[in-house]
Design a protein around this ligand. Structure first.
Ligand code: SAM
Length: 290
């Protein structure tokens, strides 16, 4: 089904309202390749009709299907590697040193925001496992969230195809943390116990989440408008502990965000820490906040 310029405008507005993801007229191929099957199955003669149906009927299932289809779930284990080296060499040793001393509790909370199918939170879990010798004696939770229902479901099952495993997993880690099963590999229960998953739209209120010692929010804000991206990172600052660490994608930088975050350099990676002396920047009300 061909997409018309009017269709594109309609789809773009609907998708941006739902997810924050910005589409423009250059994304016609994306709309066609990702939504044509769904439009046909939903009995719609155009993409505009598909969006109207999903919007007006309040059909949550159809909305979820549009979100699943239009969002980009590209990810891999240990993506870009250097953030995981920074975790291993710096962040986790610093957290362990700070939290092993009473009265601090041996509790570590990490959030992989927009975790797609789970490769990122499981990579964090493997890194923690290999860095903290008695990790199971710690109260560790790595929370993976994503707007896409199907991505969160796959992440939660902890099942990966051989193709997904080949992307970033080394044989020693594979043998240690996964068991082979029909059609692929499954995360072993002990590693799985460190990770939990839930659906979360980063445009909504993030109330009730955190505070986290570490947040990974990588390769999602690149799809948002400048304003949505800025609001998101400023809101994330409120969900970090005062000594927390924020990791963004390799192509992302928070240098335009003002003094709320202080960059820190480790090897090839920059991570950010909340700047406690900076006054909070005004944040626009997130869409969907009550
Ligand atoms: C390219 S993947 C990044 C996965 C992982 N963070 C990484 O860097 O490998 C982007 C993810 O962002 C999710 N996403 C898009 N809009 C979102 C939103 N408003 N709230 C939460 N997740 C969103 C998509 O569903 C997708 O899984």
């Amino acid at each position: 089904m061909q997409v018309s310029p009017k269709d594109i405008l309609f789809v773009a507005q609907f998708v941006q309202e739902l997810t924050g993801v910005v589409l423009d007229e250059t994304k016609a191929y994306l709309v066609e390749s990702r939504l044509s099957g769904l439009a046909r199955t939903a009995g719609c003669a155009s993409y505009q009709e598909l969006c109207q149906k999903a919007r007006s009927s309040g059909d949550r299932r159809l909305q979820d299907q549009v979100i699943d289809a239009i969002t980009t779930h590209e990810t891999l284990f240990f993506r870009d590697n250097s953030p995981f080296e920074a975790l291993r060499q710096k962040v986790v040793p610093e957290l362990v040193a700070a939290k092993a001393r009473p009265p601090a509790r041996r509790k570590i909370r990490i959030w992989s925001a927009a975790c797609s199918t789970g490769q990122e939170p499981y990579s964090i879990a493997m890194t923690l496992w290999d860095t903290i010798p008695d990790v199971l004696a710690w109260d560790v939770n790595i929370l993976g969230t994503d707007i896409s229902d199907s991505a969160v479901t796959q992440a939660s099952l902890g099942r990966f195809s051989s193709h997904e495993i080949q992307r970033g997993m080394n044989p020693a880690m594979l043998a240690k943390f996964f068991r082979q099963e029909a059609g692929g590999w499954k995360v072993k229960d002990e590693l799985r116990s460190l990770v939990s998953f839930r659906r979360c739209n980063l445009l909504d209120s993030l109330g009730g989440l955190g505070p986290f010692d570490v947040i990974f929010c990588r390769n999602v804000a690149i799809y948002f408008s400048g304003e949505t991206r800025r609001n998101l990172f400023l809101r994330l600052a409120d969900h970090l502990t005062p000594d927390g660490y924020l990791f963004v994608g390799a192509s992302e930088s928070l240098s335009d965000l003002g003094p709320r975050f202080a960059p820190q350099y480790h090897g090839r990676t920059i991570h950010y820490r909340p700047n406690r002396t900076a006054k909070p920047e005004p944040v626009m009300r997130p869409v969907g906040a009550g």
